[in-house]
Design a binder for this molecule. Sequence first.
Ligand code: PLP
Length: 493
Amino acid sequence: MGSLPLNTFNPLDPAEFSDESHAVIDFIADYYRTVENHPVRSQVKPGYLSKLLPKQAPLFSEPIDTILEDIRHDILPGLTHWQSPNFYAYFQANASTAGFLGEMLCSGLNVVGFNWISSPAATELENIVMDWMAKLLKLPPCFLFSGGQGGGGVLHGSTCEAVVCTLVAARDRTLRKIGHDAISKLVVYASDQTHSTVQKAVRIVGIPPANFRIIPTSAASGYSLTAHSLRAAMEADVAKGLLPVYICATVGTTAVGAVDPIRDLGEVSNEFGAWYHVDAAYAGSATICPEFRHYFDGVELADSISMNPHKWFLTNMDCCCLWVKKPSALVDSLSTNPEYLRNKASEANEVVDYKDWQIALSRRFRAIKLWVVIRRYGVINLVEHIRSDVAMAKQFEKMVSMDKRFEVVVPRKFSLVCFRLKPRFEGDDALSINQRLLDMVNSSGRAFMTHAKVDGMFVLRFAVGTTLTEMRHVEMTWKFIQAKATDILLEDV
Ligand code: PLP
């Protein structure tokens, strides 16, 4: 075991930085070459790691090769391999060479651009890249810095942060008019398909949990929230003396990939004066393709919209784009101006200080990552990336519908297919056979899928889209699912 004498300790020695970074990059490249050989979902038991690692931190330095060897032996078996081509669970977290290079630049330069003066290029590049992204998604000018209407965008780490910040802005916009004591009158609306982030945000910002309305959806509307049911819920609350403050619509819901009618919900929301947020965390990336853009029709009625390049846009974790029509609403709620941050540019109101558009003060230079991704791949390749995943999902959906034992439960819109083994007889809820099928596939290590519950049905989710997935992986996984289904159905005969 090696050790460095204290008098040579230089944690940022450029030569050592170069040598050891190369060792890590070689390690990761080797990981990508062999990732397919690992069980996709980790098969370890809880607590496995404390049996392998020392109880105490080392007193002396250890060489990087030793650390990498331990990662290979002890850490990799405890990972669920999100970059495996056979990962079909949750939603994909796309890694890419450009995303990694951008992340390296972000991490290597390690600037903390909380206000403009703390790193002017970090702020200005973020302004530019947010406008680039907005144009790729064909968002209306009201969300762009260059749109001349006061709008603009910011990079957060996650949709959860974006939702908390916009809900805080919505809360304060209303409470400034009616008094802060009236917080118990505010009501937030979402559907039973909306991501749980909204429920969490309601708790965080102090709106009573009882004032969070989860409006049911059904198969008839493709599990999207209808304007009619939103209006009914809002009218009932207003009749009780309550105040609709925030509604979250979704393009590409987590469970089944449903799309809410953005224009219809926006009209209702605007009528009631509520803040209208559109969450396109997963499917927003698809709207760079003209054939998916119509799902955003009416987005000009929204106050804010967010999507995650760290899901389906080849941008390594973490990266969430949030655009706001009136960023001043965020600033009014989130700005603080301690003496130690005062500077001429901020005081002259000439610059964006992103610390006032987010929760934390410190912030990462995420813009450089997204900028490298867009430049390195170009729009043509990014569009192709989305289309090829959608084509594979389409093919998977076709294969499922050709096997009479299965059914596609929700018509596919993007790259997520929701399916199940059909009930075998009258009154069979098919729950146990589908649960068993999922367990068998996941515990085999050959592929990893997750499930959802819709209308009381246990549904298998097959989310196509890791960067390394090819049609051969989808075909092999489908054959494997079919074979396991045969085993289960035979067991029950
Ligand atoms: N919204 C939707 C529709 C999602 O699918 C997800 C994650 O899957 C989220 C929000 C949460 O995103 P984040 O992890 O960036 O907070």
